[in-house]
Design a protein around this ligand. Structure first.
Ligand code: 4FV
Length: 254
């Protein structure tokens, strides 16, 4: 996969691109990332990429010209024009399903905003407007890093063992089961005996049950969408109502 990033802060990316999984994916030529400085498409002496908002108001707006010229040129650099993604709080909110969809693309072009955002006309370049969550950031660079990370680990050959990308949070629509490693007892806290049993069928059952209970406790909204058997759904609903009752009870009297 090829990913192009358009930003006025290219210096923010090397640390993320050179380390860990993303770094490995690039070393193995499974991922090819190009970071471009938007100012290279600003032709005035100060290489200006922003200007005052028409109609007044606080802050600055990203000019359309550098964005159009940059995206046009970057798209034309390879036969595959790729999917152009603009990061905005108004975009489709990223989740694991969308991450898997993006990971199937041959090429992504990630456009990072700054200031108050983009001139509205530049959004006509976008194949997708994407948000990483309902909060306001200073720029689109961190969202771009999130997309590079969430996609890189889904590229076959990047994660040491593909299985781990299947059997994890959100892929099953549920939160992941509790994980443990050595020592078997730490400060009096024991690893559940089932995990030391070597009985893989029993371990798998325990993990599934734990995932359902944890999701019912912490993210009942996910339980609704998850594929559960009738028994599992009954157990989940019991767990959710048990937590709700517990929360309503409030802290025990002194
Ligand atoms: C954002 C988000 C986000 C808005 C103005 C950058 C900021 C500034 N992007 N998901 N949430 N962007 O807050 O993607 O340009």
């Amino acid at each position: 996969m090829r990913i192009d990033v358009l930003t006025i802060f290219p210096e923010m990316f090397p640390a993320v691109l050179d380390a860990s999984m993303v770094g490995l994916a690039r070393e193995r030529d499974l991922l090819d990332v190009h970071v471009h400085n938007l100012r290279d498409w600003a032709h005035d002496r100060h290489r200006t990429t922003d200007d005052y908002p028409y109609g007044g108001g606080p802050g600055m707006v990203m000019k359309p010209e550098p964005l159009f010229e940059a995206v046009d040129q970057i798209r034309s650099e390879t036969p595959v024009s790729g999917r152009v993604i603009f990061f905005t709080p108004a975009g489709r909110v990223l989740d694991q399903d969308l991450a898997e969809e993006l990971a199937r693309e041959d090429r992504l072009i990630l456009v990072c905003g700054r200031y108050e955002g983009f001139d509205e006309r530049a959004l006509s370049l976008a194949d997708l407007e994407l948000s990483v969550g309902d909060y306001v950031l200073t720029g689109g660079e961190v969202p771009a890093m999130i997309v590079i990370d969430v996609v890189a680990r889904l590229i076959p050959g990047v994660l040491g063992h593909e299985l781990s990308a299947v059997d994890e949070s959100f892929t099953s629509g549920l939160l992941e089961y509790p994980q443990y490693t050595r020592p078997p007892v730490y400060r009096g806290m024991e690893v559940p005996e089932v995990l030391l049993s070597g009985d893989h069928a029993r371990i798998a059952r325990w993990r599934r049950e734990q995932s359902i209970r944890k999701t019912a406790r912490l993210r009942p909204d996910l339980v609704e969408r998850a594929e559960l058997t009738d028994d599992e759904r009954r157990a989940a609903d019991q767990e959710t109502s048990r937590c709700r009752d517990h929360a309503e009870e409030g802290p025990p009297d002194e």
